[in-house]
Design a protein around this ligand. Sequence first.
Ligand SMILES: [Zn+2]
Ligand SMILES: [Zn+2]
Length: 279
Amino acid sequence: MNVLYGGIRGSFPVCDERYRVFGGETTAVLLTAVSGEMLLLDAGSGVRVLQPRLSQAKGPLPVLFTHYHLDHLLGLPNLGPLWQPDRKVIFAAPLLDGRSVATVLPQLVSPPFWPLSLRDARAGMEFQTLPADVEWCMGPFRVRWIRVGHVGECVAYRIEDTGDGTSMVLATDIEWASMGEDARREFVRFLRQGGVPDLLCMDGAYTSAEYPSRRGWGHSTWEDVVAVGQFIGSARVHVIHHSPDHDDEFLEVLERKAQSYLSTVHFARQGEEVQLERG
Ligand SMILES: [Zn+2]
Ligand SMILES: [Zn+2]
């Protein structure tokens, strides 16, 4: 499976010369199975970066949402395949605070927030509510999910490409420190079920020095990511959801520091592509 980061910035997009290395677009991660089929995780402003690849997608495009905070939805109105008559887009998420993709997405893509309505899209569309405790299979992708600690309900996804057996976890927007012992144990069990994921992407927006003044904002620290990564033993551990306050220089220093604790840790960069192999 191939993983392409369209955007991994947290909270809101940033754009100037201080953000060239890690990028400023918000969460949008595109997975491509060995069969060539694609799956999009969240539709932040990083969708813009993914457009050339999305235009080559084969078959229907599933789009999974971790939750509905704007930084994970900003790119939705500009999702290229939505406006192509020969395409099909399948929106999916579990119920989040009682809301389904079918109720939330049309509200966002409609006047007065956007000039067009979602019902004007030229692609065929489907809205699916993911069932609890059951795997969801879409083409070559096998999907499981778990609720994580955030502000409002949010889920982490574990996606496996059944074509080559590789797997990744996207745990964006998770506040590790807010999760009790039981929730942490359950999360670790989720990570390990079906084998250790080849790639763990986890929210490490803050530093432990910043965290006390940001407690309850819904995010973890890079130190939390290192601790979970060490515990799980994934071949690749990527820190994502970089704070808009952290420029390239600052993130590079943090990355070096993190690697002194865990050699497999890496701070994800916009436009970066990762080819997963079975560990
Ligand atoms: Zn976010
Ligand atoms: Zn959020």
